[in-house]
Ligand binder design. Structure first.
Ligand code: ASP
Ligand code: MG
Length: 446
């Protein structure tokens, strides 16, 4: 069996839902489980409505509610078969009545607990899957709609609930029976507590749901269908020559995730990866492409992708007291800890230590605390470039190519070898674009 997860942008309209069903229709013999997010930005809208209701702003939450209702009802009106259409319309009416009642309740007490918030947000996926399932039936698919709240069991952190994996696996195995020729439709994001109350897995949680289901059923594949071709060698807004990566390891994906949204967040796919289920990132608008494969394979070596972060600040502490001293770094880092600043890169010499801070706020307190140790220097407008790839430092020829290609760039700091998958460089911000493009095209463009 396979798990195919479609994000909000993939199910934003009935036309997109049709594209999704075209894809799933080709895969019926693989016994697909279709995990769907809420349509488009529905979850954001539900957040807005809940917040407006919490402020007692009736006009605003009703406006958002009406808009959402129209979008969903419009999609249902497009269903051709009248009995399927009427059934789906009836389901939507019931669900929207519930949302209305909840929002009215919130606006009357002008208070919204996490439990209530999770209840309201859960409707996005519930509405979307009613429509996906109805359209599948309309098109003659053998489709079964399940409620993920019967599958995924969590604790009481209602809006960022923690999964009880044992019970969840038992439930998934008991209720989800994948059969070739049939599609099972389920919601991402939503779950239920041991006490039977609706919970959610945190924003963007549909990937996690899909991964949990794929793990429990030991799927042949988990495919995350979104609106990009896959994970890319670099942000194409910075380097136009960026290319889609065919395959990468989980560790590489995790390293990249640190640099911001890289399509999937590795922690969400961990359950699938732990069970050896290969994960693919694919584009609903471009289904002929194979996308990016993420697996626990360790045989892929060499440069895989670049990422950057800018601006970043370099702080350097010079002190001759550091010579042959112990505990010096610990005392310096205690100061960063006290100021709640997270350090990205560290480089040391015998008498100085440099660290980088990501886009820091006011540093005057930090600077004066550090001054107790020696001379402190601050350099702003620096940028961090990270090259990700398995066994990087073990490949001296890769390292040589990196520095050779950057011959004309003033490299301020280097970090290599602490992890097997990362080489980090700090360069002046003004040189970032030039550096990253040169490096990218040397390493990735044949
Ligand atoms: N609909 C939820 C959200 O927008 C979950 C998801 O799309 O993954 O956060
Ligand atoms: Mg999403």
């Amino acid at each position: 069996m396979v798990v195919l997860k479609f994000g909000g942008s993939s199910v934003a309209t009935i036309e997109m839902i049709d594209s999704v069903l075209d894809i799933v229709g080709q895969r019926l013999d693989e016994a697909p489980v279709l995990v769907s997010s809420a349509m488009g930005k529905t979850t954001d809208r539900l957040v807005e409505a809940t917040e407006a209701a919490g402020r007692g702003d009736r006009d605003e939450y009703r406006r958002v509610y009406t808009e959402l209702r129209e979008v969903h009802e419009d999609a249902v009106r497009r269903i051709a078969d009248s009995s399927v259409r009427e059934y789906a319309a009836g389901r939507l009416t019931d669900l929207f009545d519930e949302i209305q009642a909840l929002l009215t309740g919130v606006s009357l007490i002008q208070e919204c607990s996490p439990r209530t918030r999770a209840a309201v947000l859960s409707f996005g996926e519930r509405l979307a899957t009613e429509i996906v399932h109805a359209r599948a039936c309309d098109r003659g698919f053998d489709s079964v709609l399940l409620d993920s709240r019967d599958l995924i069991r969590t604790d009481d952190e209602f809006t960022a609930a923690n999964v009880d994996f044992r019970e969840t696996e038992r439930q998934i195995k008991a209720y989800v029976i994948p059969i070739a020729g049939r599609v099972v439709v389920v919601q991402g994001f939503i779950a239920r507590t041991a006490g039977g109350v609706t919970s959610t897995l945190g924003r963007g949680g549909s990937d996690y749901s899909a991964s949990i289901i794929a793990a429990a059923l030991e799927a042949e594949k988990l495919e995350i269908w979104t609106d990009v071709d896959g994970i890319m060698t670099m942000d194409p807004r910075i380097v136009p020559e960026a290319q889609t990566i065919d395959s990468m390891s989980y560790d590489e994906a995790a390293e990249l995730a640190f640099f911001g949204a890289r399509v999937v967040h590795p922690s969400t796919i961990q359950p699938a990866v732990d069970r050896g289920v290969p994960v693919f990132v694919r584009n609903t608008r471009n289904p002929d492409l194979a996308g990016t494969r993420i697996s626990d394979a360790t045989d892929i070596e060499g440069p895989r992708a670049l990422a950057s972060k800018s601006p970043t600040t370099v702080i350097t502490i010079h002190s001759s007291r550091m010579l042959n001293a112990y505990g010096f770094l610990a005392r310096i880092f205690a100061i960063f800890e006290r100021h709640r600043l997270s350090v990205d890169v560290v480089a040391t010499s015998e008498v100085s230590v440099s660290v980088t801070l990501d886009d820091p706020p006011d540093l005057s307190g930090l600077m004066s605390d550090l001054a107790a140790f020696g001379r402190v220097e601050r350099e702003d407008d620096q940028a961090l470039i990270c090259l990700v790839g398995n066994r990087l430092w073990r490949r001296s020829e890769t390292v040589a190519r990196v520095f050779d290609s950057l011959r004309d760039i003033p490299i301020r700091l280097i970090s290599l070898g602490s992890s097997d998958v990362n080489l980090t460089l700090i360069v002046p911000s003004e040189a970032l674009q030039r550096a990253v493009r040169t490096l990218h095209n040397t390493l990735f463009v044949p």
